[in-house]
Design a binder for this molecule. Structure first.
Ligand code: F3S
Length: 384
């Protein structure tokens, strides 16, 4: 692999042992994926920081780098953890799990990561068109590629962390323009009209695009929550989260019919099949959940106005502490609190234990449905 002088210095250990280990690993991964050089990144986002998901091996890996004196070279943000830092006792964790989670956070903070604890880092720092990133949260990776035209592969948390330490990642996959050119063309025989439909569409397109970049014909304006739902869902079924959406994505010029290998028309029937893969039948919800991905300010504003329709069930919303602070200032948190809504931040039901097994959750998120069922053994009703 071609290395710049600066990269050679890092590899020779001149920038410290942590950076040497980081670049060595990134080069190895890059070579395995056919990269012939590295590329500088502007922002790294590390997923997989919940102690419940990564356990002792994850904790040891992160602390090891921190103990070696690792410092990140770029803007760095981190994903949700196993509880809300302001109310850990509500999350069914032991004293030991609590302490180990704090050790993970402290090690990441020591390296220079901002304590963002969210899967929506794009609200904190908006990526630019064509900017290279190393992000490790699949929903955010898809959103950055689709909405901003930023370039990031769907990284594992450790690779995003190592990339942050050297400020670079391997130059392959979606960092290359040729891999951003759509090969599969999708067209729907209906107009997307709500969050669940957008999520199901992302889930279906992820499956059908078989790892290739796709193009979705679209002439209408989507609400922000629909795009988030689409992006989160495509991340559950595909390793290539880039679908260039007409009228939304900044890279629609990359669509060229000469490069299209397959054309697929989607009907509502196909979405129905996806829907039945995700839900449990003949169940009634015990709880309503919105906020996968974490809710933005606009979504919280809308929910504060419309949430009354779920008045007879407990409602949980999840967001970031960044958005929460803004919503608090605007009086939205107070309004939702008066309606009995519980808002959790820093975490989410998938990376925490807030839901017990067998509870029936009604959610509008395809991604939450997919993972809650598998990881938390809850039952699912998918509805707007
Ligand atoms: Fe975010 Fe948790 Fe969903 S990290 S995308 S709310 S699974």
């Amino acid at each position: 692999m071609f290395l710049t002088r600066e990269e050679e210095k890092i590899l020779n250990g001149e920038k410290g042992e942590a950076a040497r280990l980081a670049i060595k690993t990134i080069i190895k991964v890059g070579e395995a994926l056919g990269a012939n050089r590295l590329v500088e990144i502007k922002h790294a986002h590390v997923s997989g920081i919940s102690y419940l998901n990564i356990g002792d091996p994850g904790l040891e890996f992160i602390e090891h780098l921190s103990n070696l004196g690792a410092k990140i070279r770029v803007f760095g943000t981190i994903n949700p953890l196993a509880f809300d830092l302001d109310s850990p006792k509500e999350f069914n964790i032991s004293e030991e799990e609590y302490r180990k989670q704090l050790r993970i956070i402290n090690a990441l903070k020591k390296m220079g990561f901002y304590p963002t604890f969210t899967c929506t880092p794009y609200y904190i720092r908006k990526p630019g068109l064509g900017e290279h990133l190393a992000w490790g949260e699949s929903s955010a990776v898809a959103y950055a590629n689709i909405v901003y035209g930023a370039r990031t592969n769907k990284e594992g948390g450790p690779i995003a962390l190592l990339a942050a330490i050297i400020g670079r990642t391997y130059y392959s996959g979606l960092h290359l323009i040729e891999n951003r050119i759509p090969r599969i063309y999708f067209k729907t025989l209906f107009k997307v009209s709500n969050t669940v439909e957008a999520g199901l569409l992302g889930y279906y397109i992820g499956k059908m695009s078989k790892g290739k970049t796709s193009y979705l014909e679209n002439t209408i304006q989507w609400r922000e929550s629909w795009i988030k739902a689409f992006a989160a869902a495509i991340g559950t079924t595909s390793d290539n989260p880039l679908t260039i959406i007409g009228n939304i994505s900044p890279e629609t010029k990359l669509y060229n019919k000469d490069y299209i290998e397959e054309r697929i028309t989607i009907t509502k029937e196909e979405l129905k099949e996806a829907y039945y893969e995700l839900v449990d039948r003949n169940v009634n919800e015990n709880i309503v959940f919105f906020g996968c991905p974490h809710l933005g300010l606009e979504e919280l504003r809308e929910l504060a106005l419309s949430i009354d329709r779920y008045y007879d069930k407990p409602i949980i919303l999840s967001t970031s502490r960044y958005v929460y602070a803004k919503a608090l200032e605007e009086g939205i948190i107070r309004k939702l609190g008066e309606k009995g809504v519980k808002i959790i931040k820093d975490t989410c039901p998938i990376v925490s234990r807030i839901f017990q097994a067998d509870v029936v959750v009604k959610t509008n998120s395809v991604k939450a449905s997919f993972y809650l069922k598998r990881l938390r053994k809850v039952k699912i009703l998918l509805d707007n």
